[in-house]
Design a protein around this ligand. Structure first.
Ligand SMILES: [Zn+2]
Length: 298
């Protein structure tokens, strides 16, 4: 699955410094980018939006004409066969950069945030998204989104839950890409401690109970034991892994210096994620990997 960062405007391509080869692109460039991915055999894209302006409530997250909503419409027109997944969170849209609405002391307001997440998911579904992917790991988010979608008649829009998301040092380049790094504090209150394995299964069980249609573990490489455990415990649900920005950046940096064979390293990493039990992988290496795999098959 190919991640895409969508910004407002037209003909905009902002290279992301810490992720060589990855750029933020404007809405108008999204169909061509997706077409290029699809021609290599990539069957799905996941969209992250960067709004025109940010505010404490992240209001642009559910605006009909925000970058993600526009991009989804263009994609479903241009490439109806391509699965379009949208990231559902507030951190890219709030001026404080946190994944939820905050009270006066800076704590996340869970119920108010769930209501916003429901509105975001519905606006993505209205634009034509096939799958919504809530990434904030807030209590009750999957159930709240399911209720909101069903209430508007979107019973066929699936939920890919970021069920297991560790508080990782490897998100840092993404903070630059999505411009969603917290302005203060961190996300350790709702992301998981890397030392904790058993909690992962509990988190997944809650999301499954609330109606998640597919599961995601994030990051990938350092957490393959968790991928395997989730695979074995929940064999009935599709399981994805997000091979995240820092994992990508490490390989790119080493390859640039000639310290790693990029192609061999990437294919080995993706194979190991698959071997651990992932059915699909979100990765910034998607286009390269798809092209290399085509060569292998030929
Ligand atoms: Zn978030």
């Amino acid at each position: 699955m190919q991640p895409l960062f969508v910004v407002p405007g037209s003909d905009v391509r902002n290279p992301i410094r810490s992720m060589p080869g990855v750029s933020q692109i404007s809405v108008d460039l999204v169909p061509d980018e997706a077409r290029a991915a699809a021609s290599l055999g990539i069957k799905a894209v996941i969209l992250f939006g960067i709004p025109e302006s940010k505010d404490p409530l992240g209001l642009e997250s559910f605006a009909e004409d925000a970058p993600v909503q526009q991009a989804v419409r263009l994609l479903k027109d241009a490439l109806p066969e391509l699965a379009v997944i949208t990231d559902v969170c507030l951190c890219e849209y709030t001026d404080h950069g946190h994944c939820g609405l905050l009270d006066e002391e800076g704590y996340i307001l869970n119920d108010e945030t769930l209501e916003s997440l429901g509105r975001i998911a519905v606006s993505h579904a209205q634009a034509g998204a096939d799958v919504v992917a809530p990434s904030g790991m807030l209590d009750g988010m999957v159930g709240a989104i399911r209720t909101a979608l069903d209430g508007e008649g979107f019973v066929n829009v699936a939920i890919l839950s970021y069920a297991v998301k560790y508080a990782s040092a490897f998100y840092r380049p993404f903070g630059e890409a999505a411009e969603g790094a917290p302005r203060f504090g961190d996300r350790k209150t709702h992301q998981m401690d890397p030392a904790n394995a058993r909690e992962a299964i509990r988190e997944v069980a809650l999301d499954v109970e609330e109606g998640a249609d597919a599961l995601l573990v994030k990051p990938g490489l350092g957490y393959l034991d968790i991928v395997r455990a989730v695979r074995e415990r929940f064999p009935e649900l599709p399981l994805g892994v997000f091979n995240i920005s820092g994992e990508y950046a490490m390989v790119k940096a080493a390859a640039e210096k000639g310290w790693l064979d990029e192609r061999a390293a990437v294919l080995e990493i993706l194979t190991s994620i698959r071997r651990a039990g992932a059915d699909f992988i979100l990765t910034y290496h998607a286009k390269d990997a798809a092209a290399w795999l085509q060569e292998v098959r030929a």
